[in-house]
Ligand binder design. Structure first.
Ligand SMILES: C[S@@+](CC[C@H](N)C(=O)[O-])C[C@H]1O[C@@H](n2cnc3c(N)ncnc32)[C@H](O)[C@@H]1O
Length: 219
């Protein structure tokens, strides 16, 4: 486990032990509706696909995204991974039919090929890490997320377009991050900077031109 992942593990384990399977337990604050909005923004990565497909949820916490997939009746073959053992145990309890992996996504020898890979909240807190350490962590994580996907990735980051910055959060200029993704990973990029949570979501796709109308080769 890298230093940043160890910091995140210790932090989120503590919030989960204090607040349980709630948005506060994964340190998203007390507003469950904000957590739901984030989940729906993540799931927009599958938009244009009528149904089907495999989805890996990196940093799945206690399985809140799996709850939302069930609530919305989406036909997705979901797998979650999280580095906090207690969260994974809770996720398995809530969703006995789904697969949850306990471990560090960045340490997986072969994460396998998933149609979609989402990462909701690993690049939002930097805690005691420096910005340079977080920038290196972000590059490594985003490249690994993209390597694990066959169709698309969604991940979120705190925006620099704010008038106040908290020391514990990781802010990254969206234009600069999108430019890095386009030069290093794929030109098939979308940015959603238009929802009211002081963050944005980046979508990276494999070659949409080869996937047919709607960017979806299945369903
Ligand atoms: C802000 S929480 C969000 C949890 C969940 N995505 C949600 O929205 O309910 C971030 C989660 O990422 C997990 N995490 C951080 N780094 C990880 C890594 N390298 N591999 C797997 N999980 C990780 C943490 O343990 C924590 O549960």
């Amino acid at each position: 486990m890298t230093g940043v992942t160890q910091l995140l593990h210790d932090h989120y384990r503590a919030t989960f032990l204090a607040h349980g399977a709630t948005s506060q337990g994964v340190d998203w604050g007390p507003r469950e509706e904000a957590a739901r909005l984030r989940q729906d923004v993540m799931l927009a990565v599958v938009d244009g696909c009528r149904s089907g497909g495999t989805l890996l949820d990196v940093g799945c916490g206690y399985g809140a995204l799996a709850d939302r997939i069930v609530e919305r009746g989406l036909d997705l073959d979901y797998v979650g991974i999280d580095v906090v053992a207690e969260m994974v145990a809770e996720a398995r309890r809530r969703h006995p039919g789904r697969r949850f992996i306990h471990g560090d996504f960045l340490s997986l020898a072969d994460p396998g090929g998933f149609d979609y890979v989402v990462c909701n909240g690993i690049l939002t807190q930097k805690l005691a890490a420096t910005t340079l350490e977080m920038n290196a962590h972000a590059r490594r994580l985003i490249a690994a997320l993209f390597a694990a996907c066959r169709r698309g990735v969604a991940f979120n980051v705190m925006t620099t377009h704010v008038n106040y910055q908290a020391d514990n959060l990781y802010y990254r200029n969206p234009a600069e991050l999108v430019a890095w993704c386009m030069s290093e990973l794929t030109p098939w990029v979308r940015l959603d900077h238009a929802y009211p949570l002081w963050e944005y979501t980046v979508y990276l796709h494999r070659d949409l031109a080869r996937q047919g109308p709607g960017g979806c080769g299945h369903g």
